[in-house]
Design a protein around this ligand. Structure first.
Ligand SMILES: Nc1ncnc2c1ncn2[C@@H]1O[C@H](COP(=O)(O)OP(=O)(O)O)[C@@H](O)[C@H]1O
Ligand SMILES: [Mg+2]
Length: 228
């Protein structure tokens, strides 16, 4: 992994990866993810979207090629079902586990964006929040460290319309502040709600990328993106 000189984008250069030697997941895969834009990584189940996220965040190492990140980016990966990772019995205890006051402040401000007010939920078990509130609280905790690069793996899976809307609003405003947000998804409603750049992954590399407005007009691409 190399640091980019300008803090502008994330780049995959000719990246290949296999879990087992005879079964490649990514083959000479290249892509650019500019900062300040919401990027959607779409493609059929099993095509390597989550693997790409894990490589980008340095959880695993690619076999060849290069992943370039802005200097000191320390990307955050919000895994699928982040609400499974709560460690305590109350919202305030979860917040107290954050490493510093800055992270806590950021998480609280995100909660307000999600219409979750600390005074109302401080003593509640995070497990007793509604499904959507639980998901958004878990995301707020995980991105509160303020990384410039965030990968979210299917963050809207199972969310109702209201919570998808809140998630989209937050993603849009984080991007406006310069975050490079990479959202792995099958959710066409989310893509329709918040415009961005769509990257279609298939057969080990990116097959197409372009504006979400163009993507949403193409039936073949939509079928591919929705394929579970
Ligand atoms: N830990 C693992 N060990 C071996 N194979 C894996 C592992 N994780 C995923 N795979 C395989 O790698 C391929 C890509 O998986 P994944 O990145 O999870 O795809 P997606 O997120 O697009 O559904 C699939 O064939 C999957 O079965
Ligand atoms: Mg996946």
């Amino acid at each position: 992994m190399t640091a980019l000189d300008s803090a502008t984008h994330v780049r995959f250069d000719d990246v290949s990866f296999a879990y087992q030697d005879d079964n490649s997941v990514l083959t000479h895969c290249s892509a650019e993810f500019a900062a300040g834009v919401v990027h959607y990584v779409v493609g059929p189940s099993g095509c390597g979207k989550s693997t790409l996220g894990l490589l980008l965040c340095g959880v695993m190492s690619h076999k060849s090629g290069n992943v370039k990140l802005p200097k000191d980016a320390s990307p955050t990966m919000v895994l699928q079902f982040p609400e499974n990772l709560f460690l305590t019995d109350s919202v305030e205890e979860e917040l107290a586990l954050l490493p510093d006051a800055q992270a806590e402040e950021k998480a609280l401000s995100m909660l307000a964006d999600f219409d979750l007010h600390f005074v109302d939920i401080a003593r509640k078990s995070p497990h007793r929040l509604s499904f959507g509130q639980r998901r958004l609280f878990a995301i707020a905790l995980q991105v509160s460290l303020g990384s410039k690069v965030i990968v979210l793996d299917e963050p809207s899976l199972g969310l109702d319309e209201v919570h998808v809307h809140q998630l989209a609003n937050w993603l849009g405003s984080a991007s406006k502040k310069g975050t490079c947000s990479i959202v792995i998804t099958h959710d066409l409603d989310l893509i329709a709600e918040l415009s961005g750049e769509v990257h279609i992954l298939g057969h080990g590399s990116f097959q197409w990328h372009g504006p979400s407005t163009e993507f949403l007009k193409n039936r073949d691409m939509l079928l591919l993106a929705a394929a579970q």
